[in-house]
Design a protein around this ligand. Structure first.
Ligand code: SF4
Length: 118
């Protein structure tokens, strides 16, 4: 899998940093491991969005309509994405992962703020 720009929904910018090798199933874990390693090694550009992304596409909860599990769940997830997005300076989107994750770490600098999105 070669990704030019990685697409990540807002709250996944937090999830990916807390990722410890666990997930919904083997395929999901394999995909997120690849994305994380790409971010760690290559400083790729990340496009931030509030809809299904490169993590969701290997998730068993993604429906065929490309939403998360069910409508209510999907609305809550989008709300979380937007809360994160609204705190970021996304004048440039996509942005290199190092700059983006610096912003995230400066904004969500306490485990209490961070855990809300996991
Ligand atoms: S489909 Fe839903 S549960 Fe799955 S990774 Fe995306 S947001 Fe998370």
């Amino acid at each position: 899998m070669i990704l030019m720009n990685i697409k990540l929904r807002g709250h996944h910018l937090l999830c990916i940093q807390g990722f410890q090798g666990y997930g919904y199933d083997e395929n999901f874990v394999k995909n997120i491991t690849k994305i994380k390693s790409l971010i760690d090694k290559d400083n790729p550009k990340i496009k931030v969005l509030n809809s299904h992304d490169d993590i969701c596409r290997s998730c068993p909860n993604l429906t065929k309509d490309k939403i998360c599990k069910d409508e209510k769940n999907n609305k809550d997830i989008i709300k979380m994405d937007e809360e994160v997005i609204n705190k970021l300076n996304l004048e440039n989107n996509p942005l290199n992962s190092d700059k983006l994750l610096d912003q995230i770490n400066n904004i969500f600098n306490s485990s209490k703020k961070y855990r809300k999105y996991l």
